[in-house]
Design a protein around this ligand. Structure first.
Ligand SMILES: Cc1cc2nc3c(=O)[nH]c(=O)nc-3n(C[C@H](O)[C@H](O)[C@H](O)COP(=O)(O)O)c2cc1C
Length: 170
């Protein structure tokens, strides 16, 4: 898929079919995530692939208010920030955001769907994910992406807004 086409047609997918997602597809998504830019090339991230359906179900209850999407998903990718690896202090949320956007786009390219479920700065969700995935205390659960074959077909949205563009001065 053309890069601009992928960016303009990507949507958040929250309904998944009961169809498999291969390990090869998950690997490609992780490759894309780890190819993201990061400040000072610090790469201050880790990724946890969750395949276990019991854990996905507990994550649904602990993190996403019982929402069905984690129960339908074939996998989830948890993005974890590692402040000790930052190229410059304080940049891991921006770096993990770049990796997260690549997860969205790679899944889309592969015909899969996902949605960014926020953890960063949402303490009950961070506590909820720590209870399922034994993330070390010095690392920061950042976001989690359920992955599956889309069971909804959302249209492209064109969001360009001329009023948000300023040229040479405000
Ligand atoms: C930082 C961030 C946090 C988000 N957190 C959630 C979330 O917790 N739950 C959810 O259902 N969607 C979440 N989303 C998805 C947004 O709701 C979605 O991107 C937005 O509504 C635009 O729709 P689109 O992704 O289909 O273009 C998040 C997206 C971003 C970028």
């Amino acid at each position: 898929m053309d890069t601009l086409k992928a960016i303009m047609s990507r949507r958040s997918i929250r309904k998944f079919k009961d169809e498999p997602v291969s390990d090869a597809a998950i690997k490609k998504i992780l490759e894309a995530a780890m190819n993201a830019p990061s400040a000072g090339d610090g790469k201050p991230w880790h990724f946890v692939v969750i395949r276990d359906h019991d854990k996905l179900s507990t994550i649904a209850d602990n993190v996403d208010e019982g929402n069905q999407m984690f129960k339908q998903a074939q996998a989830a990718i948890l993005v974890v920030g590692d402040p000790s690896k930052e190229g410059f202090p304080g940049f891991y949320p921006q770096d993990c955001s770049c990796a997260s956007q690549n997860i969205y786009l790679a899944a889309h390219e592969l015909g899969l769907g996902t949605v960014w479920i926020a953890l960063w700065s949402v303490k009950p969700r961070i506590d909820g994910i720590r209870a399922v995935i034994d993330v070390p205390e010095n690392l920061e659960p950042f976001a989690i992406f359920p992955i599956g074959v889309p069971n909804e077909d959302l249209p492209e949205e064109y969001r360009y807004d001329e009023s948000r563009v300023h040229t040479d001065k405000w």
